[in-house]
Design a protein around this ligand. Structure first.
Ligand SMILES: Cc1cc2nc3c(=O)[nH]c(=O)nc-3n(C[C@H](O)[C@H](O)[C@H](O)COP(=O)(O)O)c2cc1C
Length: 190
């Protein structure tokens, strides 16, 4: 079965938006424990609730999952809020960490959200200016993930330092989907 259904996100937490903004910081210490599947639903939902220039939506999200309850390790492609497809089998967290200039704490995170883009969707309409729009949109996704992690008491950090080709190879993604930003997410160790 390649398709995995996610639960409807609860969309509730005890943390206000203001508290999440105030508490947000980059957290790189992850417990090696599994993430709840319900937390994954919330993260995917938050990552997809973003503005997009011309409502074109050039971003594609992949999840490098190592330890999420009831989900086998692998690379998953997010199809919509509640569906993801297994794209590649196996726990690839260590390979991903190595591709990110050996930032090995990435291998401790339960999963990483890899933000990729099909630039042509946006540049077809906006030309070269579309490139900057795509980066702006990736920033929106990243910030939502940061804030949702604060709301759920999880840890995350934005990762921009990685070898593009190596990350693409680990994910085995189509040529058109270029990785631009990464967010390892896991249970807080500190
Ligand atoms: C575009 C960008 C790229 C980043 N890349 C990395 C990275 O590769 N590794 C890392 O540990 N932190 C990375 N960070 C996180 C920054 O180091 C962090 O945001 C900064 O130190 C400020 O700390 P704070 O997020 O806790 O406020 C990146 C942040 C941004 C915005």
């Amino acid at each position: 079965m390649r398709r995995v259904s996610l639960a409807v996100p609860a969309r509730r937490s005890e943390v206000s938006v203001e508290d999440a903004i105030a508490m947000r910081k980059s957290r790189r210490a992850f417990k090696r424990s599994a993430l709840k599947k319900s937390d994954l639903s919330m993260l995917v939902w938050a990552a997809r609730r973003v503005p997009s220039a011309g409502a074109i939506y050039p971003l594609e999200l992949y999840l490098v999952i190592g330890a999420v309850e009831d989900i086998k390790p692998g690379v998953y492609h997010v199809m919509d809020d509640s569906t993801m497809e297994l794209h590649r089998d196996g726990d690839l967290r260590t390979e991903l960490a190595i591709a990110c200039l050996r930032q090995m704490f990435i291998a401790d995170a339960a999963l990483s959200i890899v933000i990729t883009a099909e630039y042509e969707r946006t540049t077809r309409r906006y030309g070269e200016r579309g490139i900057r729009y795509v980066y702006m949109e990736a920033g929106h996704v990243s910030q939502n993930i940061y804030l949702e992690c604060e709301a759920l008491g999880l840890a995350t950090v934005a990762i921009g330092a990685f070898h593009d080709e190596e990350v693409a190879n680990v994910l085995d993604i189509p040529e058109a989907h270029r990785p631009i930003y990464l967010m390892p997410v896991g249970v807080r160790a500190l």
